[in-house]
Design a protein around this ligand. Structure first.
Ligand SMILES: C[S@@+](CC[C@H](N)C(=O)[O-])C[C@H]1O[C@@H](n2cnc3c(N)ncnc32)[C@H](O)[C@@H]1O
Length: 234
């Protein structure tokens, strides 16, 4: 997609799990790496990470993507998350992999203060939720439309990136991929689809079908979602 008016076009279709995730320590309450983790990791593997790149993994969780970025040649990777347990997990996993990853507690504002970066990746919470987000659901819930973290992130993407830099964000089509594309394109970024994969609903979405149908976010009887990795180049 190159302009804000165009819908997001299909990119390469990915198998459900493209890159085997390394065995990662995950403290209780930390997001379990799953299909979106693997899809974003696969998109990072497709990326030509410039030698010596400064990279950001926003919403790092166990640090899976941060470690991949370091292995792909990034000189330094800032791994940002709100959760102390996620950061402890990411710190341990990075040490075990001897990856140049620096865990940092914070959010988008923290990342903006530490930027700009050559490569930015994010698997933010994007699941539409009928109830307010609480600590236990902070890993995936993102407000009634799933965009509580996506909107500010997409709107600030241009400021996170150095000229020539690249951003990869994974999300579900349930949380309006076109809106993300429009917000990114509005900053003059070149937007495309790096990867996509259709998967069956997991336990969280399966427990929310009545809400999702009532909100018009899924068709009656729909029990699959599509995950999309958007790429934005500055
Ligand atoms: C979907 S998980 C992704 C984890 C990991 N990157 C992966 O792909 O497996 C989202 C992560 O974002 C963190 N998080 C939630 N809201 C955040 C925010 N506003 N800023 C930074 N991190 C946030 C959660 O603690 C959680 O670890």
């Amino acid at each position: 997609m190159t302009t804000s008016a165009e819908p997001v076009r299909p990119g390469p279709v990915a198998a459900r799990t493209v890159v085997p995730a390394p065995r990662l320590l995950r403290l209780p309450g930390v997001y379990r790496p799953q299909e979106d983790t693997a899809l974003l990791t696969a998109a990072i593997a497709d990326l030509a990470v410039p030698p010596g790149a400064r990279a950001l993994d926003l919403c790092t969780g166990t640090g899976a993507q941060a470690i991949t970025l370091a292995r792909r040649g990034a000189r330094s990777v800032l791994a940002v998350d709100l959760s102390r347990r996620a950061l402890a997990s990411a710190r341990f996993n990075a040490l075990r992999c001897q990856a140049a990853v620096r865990p940092c507690r914070g959010d988008l504002t923290t990342a903006l203060r530490r930027g700009p970066f050559d490569v930015v990746v994010a698997n933010p919470p994007y699941v539409p939720a009928p109830a307010p987000t609480v600590r236990a659901t902070r890993g995936w819930d993102a407000g009634p439309d799933g965009r509580a973290v996506l909107d500010p992130l997409c709107a600030a993407a241009g400021r996170l990136l150095r000229p020539g830099g690249t951003l990869l964000i994974v999300q579900s089509t349930l949380s309006d991929v076109n809106k993300s594309g429009e917000l990114l394109a509005a900053q003059g970024l070149r937007v495309s689809v790096a990867r996509r994969a259709r998967i069956p609903f997991g336990p969280v979405l399966s427990g929310r079908t009545a809400f999702l149908e009532a909100a018009g976010l899924i068709a009656p009887g729909q029990r699959t979602e599509e995950l999309v990795v958007l790429r934005a180049d500055r």
